[in-house]
Design a protein around this ligand. Structure first.
Ligand code: NAP
Length: 249
């Protein structure tokens, strides 16, 4: 029930970090992969090639949602189908809330929430038109549940992802589309480079994670394959923490 052979997954922001880890996990489960992002995913393509599935890179800037329909169309024309969408691309801006600028607000909300919604909509339109089923997996955060510090637009965007996941599940379950989210805990990627480098914060973070270590992109594989596969056909609207126990503390 976890086999993805014959399916095609679209993964945003898969040149590095969690997106790369999830794209490789989906490929190992048998899915063909469309990698969508602004940087060439050279290393990810090479690792996917070893699994024997097909892959295709779509280079595009996701800070606007202007070309979401053409992204889905290109994935379908190159790989034949679109069954799974992983909305992973995301950014963070750190600044005191009192000093936060409109640009810092808009940049984060545009990639993390606005494009996530309109790309999901374009994908859902395709699934409905083809009378097939679909899986949408949104990447949320611990700040879907908590407030965070010095990251107001990130918290707003990721809290929005949690709500939107439920809203879309409510509307699209009838079309055979499962919409769920994964909330990663603290993972060692570019996104958390500043936290890892801050000795004090690094120590505080590690001290609160029951697993006693930062997550690795490979740690996302099981959850994403589960939510992309038939194993989760009756799972709707959840945000699944993959956090080494952070939220349990
Ligand atoms: P990352 O290594 O910085 O990767 C982010 C990805 O998003 C990169 O591929 C990046 O492309 C892409 N991206 C950003 N802005 C884009 C744009 N305008 N157009 C196209 N692609 C864009 O960070 P990560 O940690 O893997 O983060 C992946 C997701 O997990 C994000 O949604 C993040 O919020 C979430 N998350 C991460 C953690 C963590 O601990 N790391 C925890 C909770 C949630 P470039 O390489 O070109 O910048």
């Amino acid at each position: 029930m976890f086999d993805l052979t014959g399916k095609t997954a679209l993964v945003t922001g898969a040149n590095t970090g969690l997106g790369q880890g999830m794209a490789i996990a989906l490929a190992k489960a048998g899915a063909d992969i469309a990698l969508i992002g602004r940087s060439a995913p050279t290393d990810t393509l090479a690792q996917i090639a070893k699994t024997g599935v097909k892959s295709h890179s779509i280079l595009t800037d996701l800070s606007t949602a202007d070309n979401v329909e053409s992204i889905v169309a290109e994935a379908v024309s190159e790989l034949g189908r679109a069954d799974i969408l992983v909305n992973n691309a995301g950014i963070i801006k750190r600044n005191e809330a009192i000093d936060f600028t409109p640009d810092e607000w808009d940049a984060v909300m545009n990639v993390n929430l606005r494009t996530l919604f309109f790309l999901s909509q374009a994908f859902a339109k395709h699934v409905v038109a083809e009378k097939q089923s679909g899986k949408i997996i949104n990447i949320a955060s611990m700040l879907t549940f908590q407030g965070g510090i010095r990251v107001p637009s990130y918290t707003a965007s990721k809290s929005g992802v949690g709500g939107l996941t439920k809203a879309l599940a409510n509307e699209w379950a009838k079309h055979g589309i499962n919409v769920n989210a994964i909330a990663p805990g603290y993972f060692a990627t570019n996104n958390t480079a500043a936290l890892q480098a801050d000795e004090q914060r690094n120590k505080e973070i590690l001290g609160r994670i029951p697993a006693g270590r930062w997550g690795h992109p490979d740690d996302m594989g099981g959850a994403v394959v589960f939510l992309a596969s038939a194993a989760s056909d009756y799972v709707q609207g959840i945000t699944l923490p993959v956090d080494g126990g952070w939220l349990s503390r």
